[in-house]
Write a protein that binds this ligand. Structure first.
Ligand SMILES: Nc1nc2c(ncn2[C@@H]2O[C@H](COP(=O)(O)OP(=O)(O)OP(=O)(O)O)[C@@H](O)[C@H]2O)c(=O)[nH]1
Ligand SMILES: [Mg+2]
Length: 298
């Protein structure tokens, strides 16, 4: 375990010195190592981008990346696709290359295979973002499909959340149900080149007004035509992370790391078997698991 962590620290040093291969390997290690590594970066800028499948998140991120690169930022994108992580990421890279641009030195795109992480990917996103920040990436974007609570919870680890919706009212209802609408800092209705986008944006504004929160912007954008991108970026950059944000991030970190410790616990199967035959109670199981987790971390 100690050797594993020292490897990770070596990779981090190489990645900080600008070695891209080491950065890639570092991301893999953070995703796959049995123990979740911890890094501390003084400051980081992270944006969670979530929204229903096919809303245009990747295309929009591609446009945002282009803009950021043109103003001298260096952008890292972590793409989480619960269905096909590998194609999801390469697809994103294709979108960013739209217009024949090379990704260049100032863009890093990585797809994350959530299936390879002991205890799930969620608790690993924070150290990944911290490591990217230590390596000098000034804009860190996490793309997740907001089709379920667990995917959305990943976006909640970022300092700010952008919800991307399509011009279909069904998408918005889904976002409302999952609680995404409530927590997003900025809401973009994409595909403004298609009919329905204006009325979708209007119905989101009505929803926000009904819940007494009408201070957030609902912006119309077309990722395909590059419409509304600068306004979107300036809105995202000027939005003050809400006061509850830090509490939400810490809550997500704590819950996801705790969950991960629990499901990767070496005795978990044995304890479940004992619960099944009634030889221990749930309270006793909690006591056994939590005391051994505490001991292993001392
Ligand atoms: N008309 C129109 N089509 C768009 C726009 N943005 C994206 N699309 C199209 O919508 C489809 C999905 O785009 P993606 O960017 O892959 O959407 P996504 O939300 O990242 O999709 P997943 O990651 O699979 O959830 C593609 O065919 C895009 O070309 C837009 O502004 N207007
Ligand atoms: Mg995508």
């Amino acid at each position: 375990m100690a050797l594993e962590l020292s490897n990770i620290m070596q990779l981090l040093e190489l990645a900080i010195s600008g070695d891209r291969r080491s950065l890639s390997r570092l991301m893999t290690k953070i995703a796959e190592s049995p123990q979740i590594p911890q890094f501390q970066s003084e400051s980081s800028w992270t944006l969670g981008v979530t929204g229903p499948p096919g809303a245009g998140k990747s295309t929009l991120i591609g446009q945002m990346v282009k803009h950021w690169v043109s103003v001298g930022e260096s952008v890292a994108v972590l793409a989480l696709d619960p269905t096909s992580p590998i194609t999801g990421g390469s697809f994103l890279a294709d979108r960013i290359r739209m217009g024949g641009d090379d990704l260049g030195e100032t863009v890093f795109v990585r797809s994350i295979a959530s299936g390879n992480s002991p205890g799930g990917i969620s608790p690993r996103i924070w150290p990944m973002c911290q490591a990217l920040s230590l390596c000098g990436w000034t804009r860190i974007v996490i793309e997740t499909v907001g089709s379920g609570q667990s995917e959305f919870r990943i976006a909640a680890l970022a300092d700010r959340i952008l919800l991307v919706d399509g011009p279909d009212r069904g998408d918005i209802i889904q976002a409302e149900k999952a609680g995404i609408l409530e927590l997003a800092d900025v809401i973009a209705v994409n595909k403004s080149d298609l009919p329905g986008a204006v009325s979708s944006a209007q119905s989101i504004r009505t929803s926000l007004a009904l819940s007494g929160d009408d201070s957030r912007e609902v912006l119309l954008v077309s990722a395909l035509e590059g419409e509304g991108i600068e306004k979107l970026i300036s809105t995202i950059e000027s939005c003050e992370p809400r006061s509850e944000r830090n509490e939400m991030i810490m809550r997500e970190r704590l819950i996801s790391e705790w969950d991960s410790l629990l499901v990767t616990h070496p005795e978990i199967d044995e304890i479940i078997a004992k619960l099944c035959i009634g030889s221990i109670t749930v309270n006793e199981a909690i006591h056994i698991l939590s005391s051994s987790i505490v001991q292993s971390r001392e």
